[in-house]
Write a protein that binds this ligand. Sequence first.
Ligand code: ADP
Ligand code: GLC
Length: 467
Amino acid sequence: MNIFHISAECYPIAKIGGLADVVGALPKYQANKNVSATVLMPFYNNTFTQTHIFTSIYNGTITLGHEEFDFRVLKVNEDVLEFPVCFVDVPELLYKNFIYSYDDAKRFLAFQIACLDWMLTLDNRPTIIHCHDHHTGLIPFMAQECYKYEELNTIPVITTIHNAQYQGWFNYDKFHLIPKFNNENSGLLDWDGQINPLAAAIKCAWRVTTVSPTYMEELKKNANGLETLLSNERNKCIGILNGIDTKVWNPETDSFIVENFSKTTVQSGRAANKKWICDTYNLDINKPLFAFIGRLVGEKGADLLPEALKIVLESKQCNVLVLGSGEKQREEALEAIKVNNKGLYNTYIGYDEKLSHIIYAGTDFLLMPSRVEPCGLNQMYALRYGAIPIVRSIGGLKDTVIDISNNGFGICFNTLTVKNIVDSIFRGIALYENQNKFKDIRKSIMTIDHSWDKSAKDYLNLYQSIN
Ligand code: ADP
Ligand code: GLC
């Protein structure tokens, strides 16, 4: 079986969030003697592409409406990735120092057309095309409907929805950019009077997956406008829980963290990482540390965090560190709390992969007050590094974190309110005071198995069922 994963992000090449982590891990766990899994992604102008040497394996030209753009398919020369990656280089549109920005409809349409044009030329075509999120949402449609791709329409196409909040909508003024097809079927592209790539993918893909079973159920009731579509298509939809890459996220070998540790050395290892955080961010090592890592947007509950943190910090019983970036207003509100809470509160507004690893390794608790969380990887990284997650029970958080009061290991709440965030943090402070119980939980969570092994098999079974 020859699987092509098509995605805008892939760790360690280009990452904004969990999409990159998933696409950078799943192929490793799918490959075996009968299965190869290749990632197709855009060639961006970033540290990875600037510091490696590439060979062109294909040169072509794509047509986007009345314009033509040269493109190449590249492979990296050195053996630095643990799975094959083909980079689609459309220099004028994709080779930028960002992943997402203005004009993404045109940029990602170019990417998708180049992927399909190139596939037409291959002797060894994929047996499965696995698309990720709306940036690749027109592939299921184009492979099925566009005249020029007729030869590809027998290849099963799967779409995974990592986040249905973002659908890639664009207006009909770009309709002409899509290669020719029978216009009677243009309804497949439409949702609510706009071209909607995610809706088109849900309609045309052979199977649709989401990244946790609970999120799949939630989407039928709340999917940013796509509820009825997902309900109608429910027979081809399935929720498969993400895993984590236990080769990258391993406290025993992680080269980003200050001191490595195992279950038996967790006490001293975590203490060293916490000390580094407290020294670097001027926090109090003797108090419990609560951290937040993520995009500072409403989906992650970042709008309620400042209010909740102000209340908690007034008690002077804990430290809080926030690592994230996103909406300006949220960033400023979180920065503003610093003034009155020196020595107990700090922020790093920005993206820092190394710091995120150190935080998982050193924080006592990880906060995830998400409004929407299709899966969430942070809580699984926290568990593996022995940090206790505090989560709103929604989506994948509900599938992966069980409250201590239910014989579990985390702190959970149902309704997203400032009060519930505050109360949950105080539950954490109380747990920290009971050091025996706190340390027992910390040790036990490190052994919970969230590796990709099971979910990678679930995907393979799904592919087999339609092949
Ligand atoms: P989402 O994809 O919705 O942002 P996930 O929980 O699936 O959420 O994945 C987030 C990923 O991005 C994790 O690997 C997390 O550590 C990382 N991350 C998020 N924000 C930052 C940041 N500011 N700096 C470093 N890593 C971050
Ligand atoms: C999305 C979701 C997140 C999920 C990630 C990987 O970004 O917001 O919950 O973990 O994709 O599937």
